[in-house]
Design a protein around this ligand. Structure first.
Ligand code: 6R9
Length: 647
């Protein structure tokens, strides 16, 4: 890994909300006196009934439980909307950019958003939805998606968002699992110039879901879609007769807020459950400190609301903080690879938060796509979703941010609600590829496979020893699975599933999922480390590394490599890459196989599906499992056809 250090720029150290001294002081307080710390932080919300008890949490089997602010009551939608009306009612809450660059943007003020949410909440009530009921949202990235989320929260219903790229089968499974009776969708979605038949997908899914009695359909493209009398309601017709006032329900802090299914990389997807009070504090606090957010700034998180990043940093965190949040319907490379930066210029975006996979794809297209835009408004950049390799980090920093913008590489999970290990731009010297230091209240520990605590500079399994307010509270419909999955591997600790290195400066470097660790001749190697070495080569755009059975070493290293557009992969390059990795990491990391791959199998959120790559590497291609949730399932056949014949 690169050991370059980018110190906190002077102006940031001077002006940021949190500088290095303040970070040290607050962090110490947050782990030594968590109740005092969180009692104070929770004041950022408007409580209907103030809490008296901060937390009652235990990761031990005997008294297992996670409860925060448990005797307090609040409404998160009121915290996102109502309380802003007096001070910033006419400020822009949502700034929306269409997939189609010729379609005008939409600017929705806090006052307008409040009225829309109330109307839609009243429509939900009119269809029989109330406290505790589940509502499935299957929507494109349009402001109405945020309206629907906030309307559920306003009346105490639990939303379950299913990413609008999932198949009808995947949608049906998620509707059935949580028992939704109402689904909100659109006629069609629009992504990269292509239409996605959302309503038709819902119709197909509902042939398996007999309990759904209402479907609310937003007109997005105006396509002619089938409407089933009695069941299907046109969004705008439905809300037209509804009043623009709807009193927010007083929710207990521990009442469920949403369910979000994690992508099924192992087994059946889990319905991760988050509750109200702790999540609201956590999303709001991290949004403010990690992004050094000040009211009035234009904030853009480029994630889809179908993922947790979209929940916490497109909708809840920014709106609780009264931000202007950008919502983008499209994709980074359509109509051309400068779209992201065009949108940055159009809206004057100051903070941009995106995924390494998108950055690597754009980097591969060449710097001129970035350089033709100004980006003078940008002051801070963020990264999330997977380890960012130092190459991509440096490119993001040098080309996109022109060396001026700190990068916050935020490590977290659907399960953790919001950012957990991350630099703070005014406090943390940056090391490209390291998520750096724990957020307030986060107590990371590295343990070996037997659970022995490892001290100092070391590498091991990343666990968390203390609860934090935004922690998931359960697996929907399967309470046992929550405890089993996260708290039994290392009793008394939350196991993240990630491997991690800690350096001599106490910086954390996520090395990838533990199930992606390769054990070569007894040496544990993070796949991310080898991938990072490969992508550091000038010919390589992207790489994915998995283990393969090896008679002598136990496991060998199988690398899938996508070259840059102008490079023709050949035998000479293959040999050069093997030498390169040996040089970058050491002979132990010598790839046994390098397969050139025109594309890698990715989920729609951009995560590489290693399960599939592992099977191809093992030559076990008869049973690849469900590949319908891939962004492009056709890459799998190509990979199988191109697999080198091994001795
Ligand atoms: C927010 C989100 C969680 C898994 C997590 C880890 C990987 C996320 C990362 C990162 C290294 C980062 N991950 N952010 N790895 N550096 N900055 O992505 O949630 O979809 O649940 O994924 O993603 O492996 O365990 P989710």
């Amino acid at each position: 890994m690169s050991e370059a250090i980018h110190p906190v720029p002077e102006a940031w150290a001077k002006n940021a909300l949190i500088n290095a001294d303040r970070y040290a002081e607050l962090y110490r307080q947050s782990v030594e006196d968590p109740d005092g710390f969180w009692r104070q932080e929770a004041q950022r919300l408007d409580w209907l009934t103030p809490f008296t008890r901060v937390q009652r949490t235990s990761f031990d089997e005997a008294d297992f439980g996670i409860r925060w602010f448990e005797d307090g009551a609040l409404n998160i939608a009121a915290n996102c909307l109502d309380r802003h009306l007096a001070v910033r009612g006419d400020a822009i809450a949502i700034l929306w950019e269409s997939d189609d660059p010729s379609e005008p943007e939409r600017r929705i003020s806090y006052r307008q958003l409040h009225a829309e949410v109330c109307r839609f909440a009243n429509l939900l009530k009119a269809r029989g939805v109330g406290r505790g009921d589940r509502v499935t949202l299957y929507l494109p990235m349009v402001p109405e998606a945020a309206v629907a989320m906030l309307a559920c929260a306003r009346i105490g219903a639990i939303h379950s968002i299913v990413f609008a790229g999932f198949s009808p089968d995947a949608l049906a499974g998620r509707i059935l699992d949580c028992g939704s009776r109402l689904v909100v969708t659109a006629d069609e979605g629009l992504r990269g110039g292509r239409r996605v038949p959302l309503k038709a997908n819902v119709d197909e899914a509902l042939t398996h879901c007999r309990d759904v009695d209402s479907v609310i359909v937003l007109r997005r493209t105006g396509a002619d879609v089938a409407m089933q009398a009695g069941r299907d309601v046109d969004w705008h017709e439905g809300v037209a007769s509804q009043p623009a006032e709807c009193p927010p329900e007083a929710m207990n802090a521990e009442d469920p807020l949403f369910i979000l299914y994690t992508s099924g990389s192992t087994g059946k997807p889990k319905g991760v459950l988050h509750t109200t009070g702790g999540y609201a504090v956590w999303a709001s606090m991290t949004h403010q400190y990690v992004f050094d957010y000040r009211p009035g700034q234009i904030f853009w998180c480029a994630a889809d609301i179908g993922w947790v990043t979209g929940h916490s940093y497109v909708v809840y965190g920014p709106l609780i903080n009264g931000a202007t949040t950008v919502m983008f319907e499209g994709v980074p490379n359509w109509p051309d690879p400068s779209r992201f930066w065009q949108v940055v210029d159009k809206f004057g975006v100051e903070i941009f938060y995106g995924a390494p996979t998108a950055l690597r794809a754009l980097m591969r297209e060449g710097d001129h796509w970035v350089q033709k835009t100004r980006r003078s408004s940008l002051r801070l950049l963020g990264s999330v979703g997977e380890p960012i390799n130092p190459e991509a980090w440096e490119w993001y920093h040098r080309v996109v941010g022109e060396g001026r913008c700190p990068i916050v590489d935020t490590w977290w999970q659907t399960e953790t609600g919001a950012a957990m290990i991350t630099p703070l731009p005014g406090a943390t010297d940056l090391k490209p590829g390291s998520a750096s230091k724990p957020m307030f209240g986060v107590a990371p520990q590295l343990v070996d496979s037997e659970g022995k605590v490892l001290e100092g500079a070391t590498e091991g399994c990343l666990v968390l020893t203390q609860s934090w307010p935004g922690q998931m509270r359960g697996v929907w419909g399967d309470p046992e699975r929550f405890f089993q999955t996260y708290f039994t591997t290392f009793p008394g600790k939350y196991f993240t599933g990630d491997g991690c290195r800690r350096d001599a400066d106490g910086y954390y470097w996520i090395t990838g999922r533990i199930d992606d660790v390769i054990n070569v001749s007894g040496h544990r190697m993070g796949t991310a480390e080898i991938e990072s070495a490969l992508v550091a080569h000038e010919a390589v755009a992207e790489a994915a590394v998995v283990g393969m059975p090896h008679a002598i070493k136990g496991q060998g290293i199988y690398a899938y490599v996508t070259t840059n557009a102008e490079v023709e992969p050949d035998e000479a390059l293959r040999r050069a890459l093997v030498q390169w990795v040996r040089h970058e990491i050491g002979p132990i990391a010598t790839p046994d196989v390098i397969q050139f791959a025109p594309g890698l199998p990715k989920t729609r959120s951009g995560k590489i599906m290693r399960r599939i790559l592992r099977k191809i590497a093992e030559n076990e291609t008869s049973n690849l499992g469900d590949i319908s949730t891939l962004a492009d399932p056709s890459v799998v056949a190509t990979l199988i056809a191109d697999r080198p014949q091994l001795a």
